[in-house]
Design a protein around this ligand. Sequence first.
Ligand code: SAM
Length: 298
Amino acid sequence: MSEANSQLKERVRAFWQEHPCGTKFADAEPGSRRFYELVEEHRYTKEWHIPIAAGFANTKHLAVLEIGCGLGTDGAQFAKAGANYTGIDLTNAAVDLARRRFELFNLPGTFRVADAERLDFPDNTFDLVYSHGVLHHTPDTQAAIREIHRVLRPGGRAVVMLYHRDSYNYRINISLLRRAGVHLLRWHAGVKLVHTLTGESEESLLQHAQQLRSDKQYLGSDEFLSRNTDGAGNPLARVYSRAEARELFKDFAFVELRPYFLNKRWLPIIGPLLPRAVEAKLASRWGWHLWIYATKER
Ligand SMILES: C[S@@+](CC[C@H](N)C(=O)[O-])C[C@H]1O[C@@H](n2cnc3c(N)ncnc32)[C@H](O)[C@@H]1O
């Protein structure tokens, strides 16, 4: 790994160690039963497509590896469905919280801290490798996908979600609306106005205002994307077009792509009024989450 990538990886690790993914959506003591219940309720209410897209119900007896297990919410669904589940994450924080979830709810599974780019599993080990919202945050995404291919059994399947370049969120929300709106954050009244218009917390907006003042690169397109997906402090996020995703998975025998997820918060006024069927239809073209289903040759 290059020196630049190894420094970036350390910043990625430090960010997720400090902000385990999804904790901010639960107003309860992290690690408590109530905490996990709230995290799960929030996740599958807002991202109601996940159980369908991930196909948890069809994983009985499969050897499943999850890369970037976070709080173990999806991991728990694999375990409940009867999969033989292993979760890894770059951070101790995620692995500890996911392991605690499995212990509290009496679910079978194993966990370890590990790097997606260098998996310590033998070749041809898993039937399914699942990774949701992780590999666009690691410096060498292609290396991680090579590792997925290596540890999958012949005929095994990768199910990976990456952020979608040709989505409403990237093309309109991040690249146009947030980019124009961020200049309002230079003034206190602007912070209040953006908070009122978008519902984004003042705390988060003030973090962006601080970045805008202190980081000369904040408005550069890569930096702006990274800072405007998973929090102002996030050091790395990327987006992929369908063609770019196909290129990443070119070693697999068969690849299918399906976009999902239109966050209604990004569609002021009309968002909450959209029936689920219309939302799903729009998301299947302009969704922010590009799900990749890739099968290894037999
Ligand atoms: C946005 S969170 C997603 C967590 C979970 N999959 C979910 O959907 O809620 C990203 C997670 O990926 C992990 N991560 C980032 N880079 C990684 C890497 N190279 N190897 C393993 N995990 C990584 C982070 O520690 C963090 O827990």
